[in-house]
Design a binder for this molecule. Structure first.
Ligand code: AMP
Ligand code: MG
Length: 414
């Protein structure tokens, strides 16, 4: 099924107000499997709105009007839609009563122009509006000789959402063929967006029935796979098959195939191995510990750590020899290694993890530019050090650094 959304209001044609309702409705309709084929914005003109309504009813199976249901002169949606369909408006006594009660409850006298909010297009079902005075309207049947669903909704976003969710979703669903959605979310790290797409596009392009969306963030790529079918098994098996082929191609760059975060994955692995982790952080300033402890139950594997920002504390809390810092600088593979080993020894954890780098924007030099970060992971099998040069501003560099550190633990335990 397809749909056209019509947003009504002259203010939506100015730079000052945006038609956000249509984004919301598009998402909801897409979730139902309804494709939005047109979006129209029309000002408060009865003639232009009637024209837009006639055109929409001629070309889309579901037509949703929003806005222009208020009491003022420029609220013309009811009249224009009735004109376009060649139908009459009738005043609904139940709505008149509820409007009168609404005003009385506030101790206000109702101006007569409010009564037009009680006008209902012949044959329409009234959708009561608990959050405002203008009710919505639902019509389904043959219009202009074609089977159509026509919906009128109030413009204020919170009223529109409540009315759509509580009164339109179930009605729409009942009109649609049964449809099931299968979905998967893969997360990838250590690969750029274009490099990733270059490798997987030849695979997902073969699955024309699976919708593949790539969302690239600073330190990970999310791959959303979605397919629709008449049974859940059929829909899910298509995305599962595609996910498997993508994982085969990208190997251990894929760290999650069910939407779990890097910190959750690291937590699973540590628990599975009965292992514990301690951290010594410099440039991430606690971000690493924050991410690890954002997972419920992390006390089972995270013993704690130290933010050793100054050279003095690197020595006092992580046993980094002062001469080592003197000789190589705080941002160096030697200091990263000593930090990881020091915090591991101090804490008694299975793994000691460290980060030291230049997050910027100041403090960079030719030898140690902004973005240079050293990560170390110490265990009884020895200590690995990874040197990376991350792009971006301070926030991105710190995020990258925490991701790289967690990823070292993941790869070690995989
Ligand atoms: P109306 O129902 O035309 O009286 O609209 C009432 C208010 O709802 C407007 O002043 C806008 O603030 C808001 N509104 C109307 N249409 C939209 C829309 N398409 N997107 C977002 N806000 C809207
Ligand atoms: Mg308006």
């Amino acid at each position: 099924m397809n749909a056209e959304i019509i947003a009504i209001g002259s203010e939506l044609l100015t730079p000052f107000r945006q038609d956000t309702n249509s984004l919301y409705l598009t998402e909801k309709l897409n979730q139902l499997g309804v494709e939005v084929i047109f979006k129209t914005i029309v000002g408060d003109s009865r003639e232009r709105l009637t024209g837009a309504a006639s055109l929409a009813v001629s070309r889309a199976e579901v037509v949703i009007f929003m806005g222009g249901l208020g009491p003022t002169e420029d609220d013309l949606t009811r009249e224009a839609v009735a004109d376009a369909l060649g139908l009459e408006l009738r005043r609904d006594p139940a709505i008149v009563t509820s409007l009168e009660q609404r005003f009385a409850a506030r101790g206000w006298k109702m101006a007569t122009n409010n009564l037009k909010q009680a006008d209902v297009i012949s044959g329409a079902t009234v959708l009561p509006n608990a959050n405002g005075s203008a009710p919505g309207q639902w019509m389904s049947g043959k219009y202009d000789g074609r089977e159509r669903i026509i919906i009128l909704l109030p413009g204020p976003p919170h009223e529109l959402k409540a009315l759509f969710e509580e009164q339109c979703l179930a009605r729409l669903r009942a009109k649609l063929p049964p449809q099931f959605i299968g979905s998967r979310e893969l997360k990838i790290t250590g690969l750029g967006e274009s490099a990733c797409d270059f490798r997987i596009a030849p695979i997902y392009k073969l699955y024309t029935d699976v919708e593949t969306t790539i969302l690239a963030g600073a330190d990970e790529i999310q791959l959303h796979l979605k397919s629709r079918a008449s049974s859940l098994e059929a829909a899910q098996s298509r995305v599962d098959e595609l996910a498997e082929k993508i994982e085969e191609e990208l190997g251990d760059s894929v760290f999650s195939d069910n939407g779990d975060s890097m910190e959750q994955i690291v937590g699973y692995y540590l628990q599975m191995r009965n292992a514990t982790l301690a951290v010594a952080e410099s440039c991430t300033g606690g971000l690493l510990a924050e991410r690890i402890t954002s997972v419920g139950g992390s006390s089972r594997y995270f013993v704690g750590g130290a933010v050793v920002y100054s050279n003095q504390l690197k020595t006092a809390f992580a046993d980094v020899p002062a001469e080592l810092i003197e000789k190589h600088g705080a941002v160096s593979s030697e200091v990263a290694k000593a930090m990881a080993e020091g915090i591991r020894r101090r804490s008694g954890a299975t793994f000691g993890l460290s980060v030291t780098g230049v997050a910027g924007p100041t403090g960079g030099s030719d030898q140690k530019p902004v973005g240079l970060v050293f990560h170390a992971l110490a265990s009884d099998a020895g200590t690995e050090v990874v040197e990376r040069k991350f792009p971006g501003d301070r926030k991105r560099i710190r995020r990258f650094a925490s991701q790289q550190a967690l990823d070292m633990v993941r790869r070690k335990l995989m």
